[in-house]
Write a protein that binds this ligand. Structure first.
Ligand SMILES: NC(=O)c1ccc[n+]([C@@H]2O[C@H](COP(=O)([O-])OP(=O)(O)OC[C@H]3O[C@@H](n4cnc5c(N)ncnc54)[C@H](O)[C@@H]3O)[C@@H](O)[C@H]2O)c1
Length: 448
């Protein structure tokens, strides 16, 4: 393809070098003439291992050129890549002005581009609202319809400075969030021979993958440092602790506990978190992230109760009461305070839990449950059909895979379903409301 790369900083310079090495004809664009001159002279405008060698080779072979005239480039390319800076506004938001300026110019260029379809692929880190603004600008100024004469993609960049080029050729994942199948097809031509998982999603999902990734990296560093400080103050080697922690790829370094859904609970996580916070207080150590974890979880439980109550229900069915499926442990189960609040508001509650037998609860488990919901036995039934019958809101907090065939449970058509665990078969119900997801799944992954 003939590709324009708008912005010749870290991301842009690596992209120019990498795309040329993959066989494309690449034109770099920047408003800074010094960066353009550097590229034209085969020098890298940024310090990134390997980039200068590739730039020199492909400027020499004629595959790379550069200019300050973005309009002219946009008028002659198959695909225009955006890699301009997205600095912070004074309130910390995304300053999309550079992107908007560049997109406006690109859209004007596309007006005169003889190709029937041109894709604009944004690699700059931007929030969904910024992408929406850029798509509107592209459509209005180019005079072409999105998904028809012009396409837009959010293609988040995951490279790390200092290993930018090797990350370009060996990305952890390739994500194309696009407006249309035509744009996705054009994006797929970017890396014909790359061995990486290719994920195709909507623009918003792709944008948020980048933010989720960077928030996660930041959270990991801070978590390790808070544990580091706790260990250090007790004369314990935190490197050794975290080395062992990282050996556990079943629960710790794994996909476990990383799906949005029910808040955490049970007899261990809240208790042990509180123990660590108490120890930190005694040592006068500040661990804001661990502290906020408990607060955030508490807020999520309250928010779930608010959401159920916002429907003004007379009767609520709760499917799954224990803190997780397959146990009857009610200690600090999130649904316990939710039910307590519903009852406090005069709502009728009926509970189905495949494992729970109230008269068999003993010890701390019984004490916690009955102190919070005294007439629990009257609310629980082992007949799921009777529990959901006449409910205005059905809260599903256990999947019941292998226990209940949802197709055989006659859910009242006018009821709202609040699904906190993602049961696919419930999505078709007209009142379906996923806790943090829509009724139609937004993601579909395809192998490279
Ligand atoms: N640096 C990284 O490691 C990295 C990694 C992933 C994603 N990103 C994202 O990629 C984007 C680019 O990052 P970067 O580090 O390459 O930025 P950078 O500041 O190094 O480069 C941005 C380039 O855009 C140019 N530019 C072109 N048109 C412009 C205009 N109209 N106004 C202002 N500048 C213009 C600037 O002159 C500059 O050369 C950002 O959104 C960043 O968050 C960066």
């Amino acid at each position: 393809m003939r590709i324009g790369v708008y912005g010749l900083g870290y991301v842009g310079a690596v992209s120019v070098a990498g795309l040329a090495e993959l066989g494309h004809d690449v034109v770099g664009v920047d408003i800074n003439p010094a960066k353009v001159e550097a590229i034209l002279a085969g020098r890298s405008p940024v310090t990134e291992p390997g980039v200068e060698e590739l730039l020199a080779r492909h400027v020499g072979s004629g595959r790379i050129s550069a200019t300050t005239d973005g309009l002219e480039v946009a008028a002659s390319v198959d695909l225009m890549m955006l890699a301009v800076g997205t600095p912070s506004t004074s309130s910390g938001g995304v300053d999309g002005r550079h992107l908007l300026t560049a997109t406006h110019q690109i859209a004007e260029g596309i007006r005169t581009n003889p190709r029937p379809f041109v894709a604009v692929v944004n690699r700059s880190t931007s929030l969904p609202a910024v992408h929406a603004e850029l798509m509107a600008e592209l459509e209005a100024t180019s005079g072409r319809a999105l998904g028809d004469g012009v396409g837009y993609a959010c293609h988040p960049e995951f490279l790390r400075e200092a290993t930018g080029l090797s990350d370009f050729f060996d990305p952890p994942v390739v994500v194309f969030g696009t407006d249309s199948a035509a744009t996705t097809a054009r994006c797929r031509e970017l890396y014909p021979a790359l061995d990486a998982d290719v994920i195709e999603v909507g623009v918003g999902e792709a944008a948020m993958v980048k933010y989720a990734s960077n928030c996660w990296h930041a959270a990991k560093v801070t978590f390790a440092n808070e544990i580091g400080e706790l260990c250090h103050r007790q004369g314990i080697d935190s490197s050794s602790v975290m080395d062992i922690f990282c050996l556990d790829d079943k629960l710790n370094i794994s996909t476990k506990y990383l799906r949005p859904g029910s808040p955490f609970g049970g007899s261990c996580l809240p208790k042990d978190l509180r123990a660590v916070l108490d120890a930190a207080r005694e040592m006068a150590i500040v661990v804001p992230m661990l502290q906020a974890t408990l607060l955030s979880n508490h807020d999520q439980i309250e928010a779930l109760a608010d959401r159920i109550l916002s429907d003004g229900p007379s009767r609520v069915a709760v499917i799954g009461f224990a803190f997780k499926e397959g146990t009857d442990d009610l200690r600090e189960a999130p649904m316990v305070p939710v039910v307590e609040r519903l009852i406090g508001k005069g709502v009728d509650v009926a509970i189905y839990d495949a494992t729970l037998a109230v008269d068999e609860l003993v010890g701390a488990n019984a004490a916690y449950a009955l102190a919070t919901v005294p007439h629990l036995a009257d609310l629980v039934s082992d007949d799921i059909i009777a529990v959901v019958n006449e409910a205005d809101v059905i809260v599903v907090s256990h999947r019941l895979d292998g226990t209940v065939d949802w197709a055989e449970v006659a859910l009242p058509a006018e009821a709202s379903i609040i699904d906190t665990v993602g049961v696919d078969t419930l999505r078709a119900h007209p009142g379906y409301d996923g806790l943090f997801w829509p009724s139609t799944p937004g993601i579909h992954a395809a192998g490279a």
